[in-house]
Write a protein that binds this ligand. Sequence first.
Ligand code: ATP
Length: 270
Amino acid sequence: SRAKLFDENDKIKVTFKDVAGLEGAKEEVEEIVEFLKNPEKFTVLGGKIPKGALLVGPPGTGKTLLAKAVAGEANVPFFSLSGSDFVEMFVGVGASRVRDLFKNAKDKAPAIIFIDEIDAIGRARGKNNFTGGNDERENTLNQLLTEMDGFGTDTNVIVLAATNRADILDKALMRAGRFDRLIHVDLPELGERKEIFEVHLKPLKLGEDVDSEFLAKQTPGFSGADIANVCNEAALVAARKNKNKIERQDFLDAVDRIIGGLEKKNKLIK
Ligand code: ATP
């Protein structure tokens, strides 16, 4: 079967309300929403609209969610692909896939292109070439650079990319006119975890003793994705006990499980 070239979603429902915490990052991308909605306002003064921004932070902190929220807020189509999909690809396919992606996005502009795990394509050239056969990755990266240089300031396509390894990226990606904005998306602090819990507790049937502040205190080091996981797991724990409400203890059991899972994962990495 032929791999899909990229995803397109014209009806993103995610908005900034769905993204808890991350105030600094949201402020930065709000400007991108403004560009997409009203480009003339910016270009009339001779300014150049940025073409790309890099979302940098640990896994599960909401980079994809934030990129989707930009598309949702601006009400523009969301084109996406993941760098890891390029890893095993026949010669020539990666570059043509990038070309297709940009062509489709330009045809539908204003639009957002989102490249997840850009490090899989954008690792510094000439490094980590142990696996051999990296020419294809380089072709793909070169095509990406060509596309970004090729679209003018009037194109109104903004490329967002995510990585948790900004340090290994080819510096050419960060040059002016490419991904020249860095937006940090960090692990949530106590107050932010409370807000993330509130987003994910909302659809659940909760007992009286469930409290977002308490849960935030139990979960230092958890990412937004971990918190979403806790909430879902707590619902499953309560269901298994045939309860009709999810109580504090179910959340604590869920936290234990997730911590167990994280510890296992860390052991595997070490
Ligand atoms: P990765 O680097 O692993 O791709 P990511 O940073 O792109 O991760 P997302 O895929 O955006 O993370 O997050 C996964 C899920 O975790 C989201 O769909 C959402 O349910 C939850 N989540 C993460 N961060 C937040 C947040 N700040 N507010 C609300 N929910 C969040």
